[in-house]
Structure formats: C-alpha cells, structure tokens
Design a protein around this ligand. Structure first.
Ligand code: NDP
Ligand code: GDR
Length: 344
C-alpha cells in the first residue's frame, strides 16, 4: 500500500485528491491546521471523512520541526503540498503571512524530505498567477514569469525552490502550474463560487444584488476533480518535471456571471461601463449585478490562458468538463445547499 501526505486536506483540492488516492488504495495522511473550530465539510460532503485509510494530522506548514516530525512519523512515498494562503486578494493585506506560508512553507517540507528520506516524491502546487502580467499567449511551461501579487511572488519562490532541490539534491520534486480550477467545493471567497452561490440566493429570493470587482478579468477555468488527477500523474512519471494544467479556453468574469444566471434559468442584460456597469434580470427589470470597487485589486492579472499540451503528451492528461457543465454543476449544488440552509 502506498502512503501519501496531503497538506491542506480541508481545502478544495485536498479533498478531491484525498478521494482519488483513497480510491487508488493509498493510505492518506491529510493535514489540517489547529483552529478554534476546525471544519471538514468538504471531505464530509465527499463521504470520505470516516474512511479507515484516511488519517487526519494536525500540522502547520510554517513550522520546520513539525514538518520533519510529520515526514518521520508518516514515512510517506509521496507528499502533495497543497497547503497555502491561497487567496490573491488577501495576499495584498497580509503579504508577510502569505510569504511565510505560501513561499517558505514548501521549503520546510523540502528540507524535511532532504533530512528524513530524499526518495520521497514531492508535488508543489504552483499556479498560473506566476505568469501574472502575461508575456505570451497562451502560457506554457517556458513562458517568462511576472507575478502581480504577493501571493504570486510567494508561489514563484516555492516553484523555483522545488526546481532547485530537484537539481541540487536529486529530489523528485514536480511542480504543477495549474490554472484556475473550480468546483462545488470551491471556497466562497473565490469569484466563481461567489457568483454561483449568489445566483442561487437571488433565484431563491434570499439576496437582491451580487457585487463584484473587475468584470473584464479573463481566466482559464477548469474542473478541480480533473486537475487532482494530473497532480497524481506527475508523481507517477519517470522523472520529476514542471507541467501546465489548463483548458486552453479563456472567458471574462462577466461571461461567467451570464452563464451562471442562465444555469439558474434567469436571463440577464448588461449595461454601463467600468464602475457603473450593471446587469438586470430581463423578466423583472431588477438590478441583480453591480460593480463595487472595493473588490478591485491593487494590481490585476488581466488575462490567463494555458496550453496543457506537454501534460497531454507526457502524462496523458486532458480536461473533459466544459465550462458550461462546470458552471451548471456549481449552480445546482448551491441551489440545493441554499434550500437546505447549508452555509459553507
Ligand atoms: P484552498 O484555499 O481551498 O485550501 C488551502 C489549504 O491550505 C486549506 O486546507 C488550508 O487550511 C491550508 N493551509 C493554509 N495555511 C496553512 C498553514 N499555515 N499550514 C497548513 N495548512 C495551511 O486552496 P485550493 O484547494 O483551491 O488550492 C490548493 C493549492 O493549489 C493551494 O496551494 C493553491 O494556492 C494552489 N492553486 C490553486 C488553484 C485553484 O484554482 N484552486 C490554481 C493553482 C494553484 P485551512 O482550512 O485551515 O485554512
Ligand atoms: P484568482 O481567483 O485571483 O485568479 O486566484 P479569484 O476567483 O479570486 O479571482 C479571479 C478574478 O476575478 C476577479 N474578480 C473577483 N474576484 C473575487 N475573488 N471576488 C470578486 O468579487 C471579484 N470580482 C472580480 C479578480 O479580480 C480576478 O481577476 C485563484 C486562486 O485559487 C489562487 O490560489 C490560484 O493560484 C489561482 O486562482 C490560479
């Protein structure tokens, strides 16, 4: 039986990856942080919280000694480092915490691997945010980086330190440059889930207006369940490497809003520009979307679109779910949850 550590099991990707590895017969050590009220709603929703091969371990990525103990106690074959302060918006308000968790945190794990057992395979959750102010379209593994947020800068350090440990110490460290991936398990602070949850509330008469920031930002959105399969494939390859996972399609935030209302059976019409932009429900004439500049970021990533050709060729990985299907899945889940009074 293979053993894997997943840091960040309470997050979206951690939950899906744990489910995948358990299905494959792994023993999984999923780490979570001590907080006053720990929340495992995602692994509960996936029905794996009580799985006999899932062990939940308290751990903080910023603690080197506890990283060493974690690796020593679990003796894993593979480590998937998904833990991070992952919200770009917050990274502008908490840049130092973000650097410590998202940037230096992975170094603690790499040091633990180097000390305890350099044969352990390591996956680093890198991100399209490292491309930031994009230097080429579409982005691939060799596109120059230009991060635009403290989060992107911290992730860039983590990416390069993974590459450096690969080259310096022969550690099997792979870095997945993943473009945005969403699901019904996405946190509600991220724009797609904020939209699908609000659309569900508007449909059910629980909310009047959805307020958003930059409507023109373009993202390459895929389905998280498929992306964790790509992470696993990277660690089964013959050699460690860096791979882009993306769909090669990009849409604006505005397009996703229209799609989500459509998925809930509501037609909307847009008018105005910039801060005065809004959308009305065509049948009632009521305003259902408007811009609130408080959601603007000090520096924005305007356009992301990735080409996953290398992952397709070398790992046999391909996305299958369309954005329309993904959006429908998320709206349906949020309609059901809001009807049941569920609030995560
Ligand atoms: P989430 O924000 O849903 O999950 C992040 C996880 O990290 C949570 O379990 C969180 O725990 C944990 N965590 C945060 N700080 C610490 C810490 N100091 N010590 C230990 N654990 C900590 O992110 P996703 O699941 O969406 O993303 C997974 C990873 O992939 C992240 O590293 C993210 O930056 C990266 N990524 C995500 C993409 C996406 O589109 N989803 C795209 C590219 C990269 P808690 O619940 O306690 O907060
Ligand atoms: P992102 O995701 O920053 O790409 O990072 P997010 O969903 O937060 O933003 C996407 C785009 O939407 C714009 N936007 C808003 N965003 C939020 N959150 N709330 C709003 O109200 C809003 N209005 C407009 C943003 O400005 C942005 O352009 C995600 C995270 O999962 C990272 O951890 C990951 O690395 C990247 O995706 C790839």
């Amino acid at each position: 039986m293979k053993k894997a550590i997943i840091t960040g099991i309470s997050g979206q990707d951690g939950a899906y990856l744990a489910q995948l590895l358990l299905e494959k017969g792994y023993v999984v050590y999923g780490t979570y942080r001590r907080t006053s009220s720990v929340n495992f709603w995602r692994i509960e929703e996936l029905g794996i919280a009580q799985h006999p091969n899932l062990h939940l371990v308290e751990y903080d990525l910023t603690d080197l000694a506890s990283s060493i103990r974690l690796v020593q106690n679990c003796q894993p074959d593979e480590i998937y480092n998904l833990a991070a302060q992952s919200f770009v918006g917050v990274s502008f308000d908490q840049p130092v915490t973000t650097a410590e968790i998202t940037g230096i945190g992975p170094l603690n794990l790499l040091e633990a691997i180097r000390i305890v057992n350099p044969k352990i395979r390591f996956y680093q959750a890198s991100t399209s945010e490292m491309f930031g102010k994009v230097q080429a379209v579409p982005q691939i593994e060799s596109t120059p980086f230009y991060p635009r947020s403290p989060y992107g800068v911290a992730k860039l350090y983590a990416h390069w330190i993974t590459v450096n440990y690969r080259e310096s110490y022969d550690i099997f460290g792979s870095s997945g440059i993943l473009f945005n991936h969403e699901s019904p398990l996405r946190g509600r602070e991220f724009v797609t889930r904020k939209i699908t949850d609000s659309v569900a509330k508007i449909k059910l008469g629980k909310l009047d207006v959805l307020e958003l920031g930059n409507m023109d930002a373009k993202r390459d959105w895929g389905f998280a369940r498929e992306y964790v399969e790509g992470m696993w494939r990277m660690l089964q390859a013959d050699k460690p490497d860096t791979y882009v996972l993306a769909t090669n399609r990009t849409e604006t935030v505005r397009d996703f809003v229209t799609m989500a209302f459509k998925a809930a059976g509501i037609a909307i019409e847009w008018s105005g520009t910039a801060e005065s932009e809004k959308a009305v429900d065509v049948s009632s004439g009521k305003t259902v979307v408007r811009v609130n500049p408080k959601f603007y970021r000090p520096a924005e990533v305007e356009l992301l679109i990735g080409n996953p050709e290398k992952a397709r060729k070398e790992l046999g990985w391909e996305p299958a779910t369309t954005l329309e299907q993904l959006c429908q899945l998320m709206v349906d889940a949020d309609l059901r949850r809001n009807q049941q009074g569920f609030s995560f």
